[in-house]
Design a protein around this ligand. Sequence first.
Ligand code: FE
Length: 167
Amino acid sequence: MEYNKIIAIVSLFTMILILYGPLVSAIKVDGDYPIELFDDFWEEKLTDTQYDILKESGTEPAFNNEYYKNKEEGIYVCAACGNQLFDSEQKYSSGSGWPSYYDVISDKSVVTRTDESLGMQRTEVLCANCGGHLGHVFNDGPEPTGLRYCMNSAAMKFYKSAHFAQG
Ligand code: FE
């Protein structure tokens, strides 16, 4: 092969790497999720409170939210996209005034990232499917995980289990 051709091929590969490299890493940055909910969706489908929490990382008041005392059997899903987050069996009374869980339904339920807002270092919990903000996770939960997923009720929807009559 001619020397010039080798140079041309090597240059081409270098160009591809330079151009494609950032694209590959861009796929994994924050904000890239299996589904992308567009602004119209967020603004039209969600209530103001849901929008404030899921999209603006807001926090609802403790002891004044829908699910903190809920003890019914069922599952909690993301209020924006319907992704399954928590089972009622994973819920416990933390006393915090927010619905608390010691574990998630699956590894596709949530993702976490460091949150340094409000002068604290906390671990933010987001829906792994759409990136909506759900709450935070702390290390003071019960066994077997030792975790406390501290969630906003308004970021979730609860679906009660169906029970079928015996006999
Ligand atoms: Fe979601």
